[in-house]
Write a protein that binds this ligand. Structure first.
Ligand code: ADP
Ligand code: MG
Length: 228
């Protein structure tokens, strides 16, 4: 499923005036790509991911998910589409504080039997080195463990794509590396990853890199594509 932004703008109007958070962005991302979008705070990264994730209607333009016009769907259809296809990872983890690690992961899954979901949650948490943390609450975890739990939660629905908003922003370099490795692995297995960040991303073999500034996006050429 390719993802396409067609002339997307997002304008916020409020008492303090008007902010053009995204300014006529068009881009197409092919299935299986790992895309990194870098830009300073306030450049429009979170807005872009929220629009991609079906959580915020753009002021102008269309978002295509394959042949589906994301914002032509009803709210209910879009929620269902999102649950089936898209996983989210956030800088601040957004785990539910009163659920255990295992319950946080299970809560993201929906329709299958509890037994199946529990097994899948445990398999993922095993793979992510969290086997002996499944009954812990988020407050009892390190930041790295929280983010790995959040990635397990994003993956339990077997989404086609993961949208990651500054996923390493609160992690030390070692844990940041682990989180990027998990996302890279998801990508090698065929999943699309779109990661936005204001900081540098160490040693990541992404398929494509973009800069975003003041709501405008520009693709950076990979070193191999630059002719000298
Ligand atoms: P980033 O994630 O790159 O820091 P954002 O997408 O959060 O940037 O914000 C882009 C711009 O849009 C900023 O100027 C921000 O203040 C503004 N903005 C974001 N969300 C809202 C909102 N709900 N209402 C008004 N302005 C907003
Ligand atoms: Mg942001």
């Amino acid at each position: 499923m390719n993802v396409k932004f067609e002339n997307i703008s997002k304008i916020f109007s409020g008492r303090r005036g008007t902010v053009t958070a995204l300014d006529d962005i068009s881009l197409e991302i092919e299935e299986g790509q790992f895309v990194v979008i870098q830009g300073p705070s306030g450049s429009g990264k979170t807005t872009l991911l929220q629009i991609l994730g079906g959580m915020m209607r753009p002021s102008r333009g269309r978002v295509w998910m394959g042949d589906t016009d994301l914002y032509a769907m009803s709210v209910k259809e879009r929620a269902r589409f999102r649950a089936r296809n898209i996983g989210f990872v956030f800088q601040m983890f957004h785990l539910i504080p009163y659920l255990t690690v295992e319950e946080n992961v299970m809560a993201a899954a929906g329709v299958e039997s509890r037994l199946t979901i529990r097994k899948e949650a445990r398999d993922l948490l095993d793979q992510f080195g969290l086997r002996d943390r499944i009954y812990h609450l988020p407050a009892q975890l390190s930041a790295g463990e929280k983010q790995r739990t959040a990635i397990a939660r994003a993956m339990i629905t077997q989404p086609r794509m993961i949208l990651a908003d500054e996923p390493t922003g609160n992690l030390d370099p070692h844990n940041a590396r682990e989180v990027l490795d998990l996302l890279a692995k998801f990508n090698r297995q065929g999943g699309m990853v779109i990661l936005v960040t204001h900081g540098p991303v160490a040693d990541l073999r992404a398929s494509r890199w973009f800069d975003i500034r003041q709501g405008r996006i520009e693709e950076k050429l990979a070193a191999s594509q630059i002719s000298t």
